[in-house]
Design a protein around this ligand. Sequence first.
Ligand code: CA
Length: 220
Amino acid sequence: MRVLVVEDDPDLLRQLHKALSDGGYVVDQASDGEEGHFLGDTEPYDVVVLDLGLPVVDGVTVLKRWREAARTMPVLILTARDQWGEKVAGFDAGADDYVTKPFHMEEVLARVRALIRRSAGHATPELSCGTLVVDTSSGRVTVDGSQVKLTAQEFRLLAYLMHHKNKVCSRTELTEHIYDQDFDLDSNTIEVFIGRLRKKIGIPVIHTKRGLGYQIADPD
Ligand code: CA
């Protein structure tokens, strides 16, 4: 899952970047509204964390521009305490949720997880396919109740496919949402990870759609 963080406070930006990276997300960042708007307008994100008080272009304007351009990714806004007017403006501009500063990092992580789940149409943190269960809040993966150990990259790939169950995801889409921009984009990489995942999971839920990509779906 790929996240954009737009925040001008360097300490806060660093903390958010670290917490989200540790949480298994691929994180891009921007420290002003102009750069943030550009990234959100041109790159595919699963969720955006957007501070409203930003230099160059303010957060509400950034959000309005995205929504006017039909960019529909979920956006969590960061608002200053006692600024209820800011919150209202943020929601009017198209925000999906908010966190008031100062906040606990755990709250931001929980809200980000919930936004990603909801945007994929899931109400609970547990995603399942046959006897395969992925708990997106604990990172635990089980098949028939037995835990399956995955590497961070394998987990990201599986979680993305599970969030988009039944949809055929192209290799490009998977690469964009799962790896950092500087990751070596060898076209065989996804295939290798898919092969390892299949072996570890052991039940036939990951399907190859020739020429199109991969799909996770209930076994027949
Ligand atoms: Ca700020």
